[in-house]
Design a protein around this ligand. Sequence first.
Ligand SMILES: [Zn+2]
Length: 240
Amino acid sequence: MVDVLIVSPEIKTMTDSAFIIDCCWCKAKVAAKQLGSATHQGSDPDCGEPFGHRLFIGKCPTCGCLLAGESDQIRFQDFDADEDRWTDIVRVFPKPPKRFNSYRIPRQVTESLAEAERSLQANANTAACVMLGRALEAMCRDVLNAHDAIPGEPVPTKKIMLGEGIKRLRELKVIDQRLYDWSQELQAFRNIAAHPDDISITREDAEDLQTFGYAITEYIYDLADRYEEFKARIARRKKD
Ligand SMILES: [Zn+2]
C-alpha cells in the first residue's frame, strides 16, 4: 500500500496562507490564517483506488479562535482527472460533527444529518432544514416499518410521511411529549423550507432544530441500545 504522510512546511514557517472555513462563533465563512496542515494520501491495497485526506489548522481572522477542518480528495491527477480536486473544508474543531454509537441507525438518517451539518457550515439554513426533516422522516420509516413487520415476513418498505410518522411514534410511546413537540417544530420548518415561498430561516433557528434532530436520534437509537445493554448486564448479574 502506498501511504504517504506529508507534513506541510507551513507548520514550521507559519506562512500567511489562508483557508476558507466556517467559524462557529462568528457564524460565517472566514478566511482562516493557516498555521499548519497535514496530508495523508495513498491507494487502497485491494482495489488500487487512490485516496487523499487533509487536515488544516488555523485562526479566525475576526474572533481569533483556533479552527481545524478536514477535506477529502475527490479527483486524482493521472488517475481520473487532469488535476487534483478536494472537497470544501468542513470544520472538525471546535464543535465537531456529531457522532452516534448505535449500529442500528439507517444510512439515510446519518447521511441526511451529515448533509445538514455541511449545509449549516455553508450558511445554507433552508437546505439544512430540508435535510433535518429528511433524517426524521427516515427515522419514522425505519422504526414504524419494523414495528409493522409480520414475524417471518420481510420488513415492509412503506413510504410513511413525516406528519403521520411522528404522530405514530408518539402514540407508540417511542418518543415522549417533548420530543414530539420538537419533531413538530422540525416538521413545520421542513415544510417551510421545502416550498419556494419568500422566507428565510436564521442560522440560530436551524442550529436549534439540528440540536433537536440529534436529541431525537440519540433517544431512539443510542439511549435505547444503552438501556438494553444495561438491562442485560443486570439480568446476568442476578442470574450469577
Ligand atoms: Zn470567528
